[in-house]
Unconditional design. Structure first.
Length: 289
DNA sequence: GTCCAGGCTTCAA
DNA sequence: TTGAAGCATGGA
């Protein structure tokens, strides 16, 4: 990788941050990770307690990677439950990204009832079909092309049938419709930034395919609302099995329960628990409950 | 072949 | 307000 500059990145784990199910388009490359932030191809590699970054992209990357988050302060608010402490020990350098709003929204509309590996595949297909080519990686066998994630307009113009052909299934009409609503200006994701979390949530849920869980994902990974708590099957399981010791929690009570257990930076705690459980719990995990 | 996946929507009760 | 069924597709 030619032309890199080094920036300090204390308390930061590149792999855990980029491969913990919050972003889906980073690929390992030459000991680091390569991907696209907005429309800029970026290479990242950990070295000497910091990061090597594509020259010219350090500011963009620092913001995206949330290197300014005082995560020590966040960690101090986490519950002192042994499982939380073990997860934190394993994922201390994991940070919540600041992702582009539309890319994040589209990715999580695709995520419903999908495994992380498959979500990644879907994002790649959408980007390759409609995204701008912004770079390429020379490889042994063939060049790998880097695409920006396509705008809402570009995704809308793909249309439902084309999206279906990528394997989106019943998510295809949802993504197509949401893309249309955003492309037409009916919903302006950027304009929501200054609003209170509750109001952003209400607007996000207007999008087809965005329900309570996916809205929390967009709030957390896009809008940086660190109190947001996506409750998926994993987090539901962790809350029930670990924190409630097997006691049933009604679905409707789950958000309140999670907020109370996990504290003011629940989104951070949630992501660490999620990533840790996915790495350590056996496959076919419903048996754990 | 079976089970499950970072759920959402619709429709009863 | 709550609960269950249906929804497409691919990985394990």
């Amino acid at each position: 990788m030619a032309d890199l500059e080094w920036i300090p990145a204390p308390d930061f784990d590149l792999e855990q941050t980029l491969h913990s199910g919050q972003a889906f388009r980073w690929v390992p490359h030459e000991g680091g990770q390569i991907g696209v932030i907005d429309r800029t191809p970026v290479f990242l590699r950990a070295r000497d307690g910091g990061l090597e970054v594509t020259r010219g992209a350090t500011e963009l990357a620092s913001h995206y990677l949330a290197l300014d988050h005082p995560i020590g302060e966040f960690h101090a608010t986490f519950p002192s439950h042994p499982y939380m402490l073990a997860a934190l020990e394993a994922c201390r350098g994991l940070r919540i990204l600041r992702q582009p709003l539309w890319e994040c929204t589209a990715a999580f509309i695709c995520s419903a009832q999908k495994q992380v590996a498959h979500i990644r595949q879907l994002q790649d297909k959408i980007a390759a079909a409609a995204g701008e080519l912004v770079g390429s990686i020379p490889g042994r066998d063939r060049q790998t092309q880097l695409f920006a994630f396509p705008s809402a307009e570009a995704v809308a113009s793909l249309g439902e049938q084309r999206l279906r052909s990528f394997g989106l299934g019943y998510r295809a009409p949802n993504l197509a419709r949401s893309a249309e609503l955003i492309a037409s200006g009916s919903l302006d994701l950027e304009a929501l930034r200054p609003l209170p979390t509750r109001q952003i949530r209400e607007r996000l849920i207007e999008l087809p395919g965005v329900g309570p869980k996916i809205a929390e994902c967009i709030l957390l990974f896009g809008y940086g609302r660190l109190e947001a708590i996506p409750i998926d099957v994993w987090i539901g399981r962790i809350l029930r099995v670990v924190f409630a010791r097997g006691r049933a929690i009604k679905a409707a009570r789950m958000p309140e329960y999670a907020a109370r257990k996990l504290g003011p930076f629940a989104g951070y705690a949630q992501q660490i628990l999620f990533h840790h459980a996915r790495q350590t719990w056996p496959k076919g995990t419903s048996k754990v409950a």
